[in-house]
Write a protein that binds this ligand. Structure first.
Ligand code: FES
Length: 364
């Protein structure tokens, strides 16, 4: 343990105590203060803030996340910063309602209870929570699942809700060579022990507002959206909602009936629009095309609506301008962008794709 210092965040007026040995971001998580973050490794710049006063030092980071010029100006990455005096830090972006969730990060020991194929490359992983036998999070948040026997971890959203008893459910796309996901192809067995750190992420339903909702998901981006929809059904949240889900072919679709059922349980009007970009045959009578094009085709005015998107970066990058053109305020668009660093066939690392404005997290 190192010396302790105080960090005061402007303009939100929150103060936390930080140990020199931990990063400011970690310390904030421990206090249940969910600051903006992505990679947590100095790669994406989601945690970029401005140092107003005090001394800090940063661990290694990518100049893509913070360039030399910015560093000289006083910008810092909170996921790399250690305080060496009391500090005053200006947050450049934050989600007001996430700043005091009061849910500190916790470590949970769990056991694999079930691994089920949902499609040819998407699996459902159910963990039984052992010690402690529960975890606290907000619907839409994610956990770090540790690769057994290692300190490496990958980030996956819970598909269940916080009220699920002693269980956590994840929807995981299998990437060949993926450090975690490929274990689900036979290596990980029922009964195996696993470490889970939870919760992370600021992708969660803004419960205080009453506006209409549009959800856009692709692939395993189903998980955080499903968690939010299940939560809405459980709590009887009465808001008009539409869920656009994009898949390539019919064999990439799953949970269609479950989502329709959830829609029936929700008090508000609910529309589910699955769409196939490569329908392949005539048996599909639903929407076709890229999910963003489907949204463009079916919607003409989304002003006053809140948007929640989860899935691969190209889907989110394509949808952002479309939603804004349809009248959604940029501040009302929330997204959870997945980044893949799966090893290529020969073991070469592929670049992480997270960008400064649209931080991602590693899901392979
Ligand atoms: S650079 Fe800090 S969270 Fe990515």
């Amino acid at each position: 343990m190192g010396e302790k210092h105080k960090v005061y965040f402007e303009p939100v007026g929150i103060e936390i105590e930080v140990d020199e040995d931990e990063t400011i971001l970690e310390a904030a998580f421990k206090h249940g203060v969910m600051l903006m973050h992505g990679c947590k490794e100095g790669q994406c710049s989601a945690c970029k803030s401005f140092l107003l006063d005090g001394d800090l030092e940063m661990d290694r980071f990518s100049t893509f996340a913070l360039n030399e010029f910015e560093q000289e100006e006083g910008y810092v990455l909170l996921c790399r910063s250690h305080a060496y005096s009391d500090l005053e830090v200006e947050l450049l972006s934050y989600r007001e309602e996430m700043l005091n969730t009061g849910i500190p990060i916790q470590l949970v020991y769990a056991e694999v209870e079930e691994i089920e194929a949902l499609t040819h490359d998407i699996k459902r992983l159910v963990l039984k929570l052992v010690d402690p036998p529960e975890m606290n999070f907000l619907p839409g948040q994610y956990a770090e699942l540790y690769i057994p026997g290692s300190e490496e971890h990958r980030a996956y959203s819970m598909a269940n809700t916080p009220s699920s008893d002693e269980r956590a459910e994840f929807i995981i796309k299998i990437y060949p060579g993926g450090r975690f996901s490929s274990l689900l192809d036979g290596e990980l067995k029922v009964g195996d022990r696993m470490k889970v750190k939870v919760p992370y992420g600021v992708f969660t339903l803004r419960e205080k507002s009453e506006g209409d909702l549009i959800f856009i998901g692709g692939g395993s981006g189903m998980a955080p959206i499903l968690s939010i929809l299940r939560h809405m059904a459980e709590k009887g949240i009465d808001r008009r909602a539409t869920f656009y889900y994009g898949a390539r072919t019919r064999k990439d679709l799953f949970y269609l009936d479950e989502i329709k059922e959830l829609g029936e349980q929700m008090p508000g009007e609910f529309r589910f629009v699955p769409a196939l970009s490569e329908p392949e045959d005539n048996e599909w009578d639903g929407e076709t095309g890229l999910i963003t094009d489907v949204v463009k085709r079916l919607e003409d005015d989304l002003s006053g609506t809140e948007a929640y998107m989860a899935g691969p970066p190209p889907m989110i990058d394509a949808a952002l301008p479309v939603l804004m053109r349809l009248g959604i305020d940029e501040d009302d668009i929330y997204y959870d962008k997945f980044t893949i660093t799966a090893e290529a066939e020969e073991g070469d690392e592929m670049e992480a794709e997270s960008g400064p404005e649209f931080p991602g997290r590693v899901v392979e």
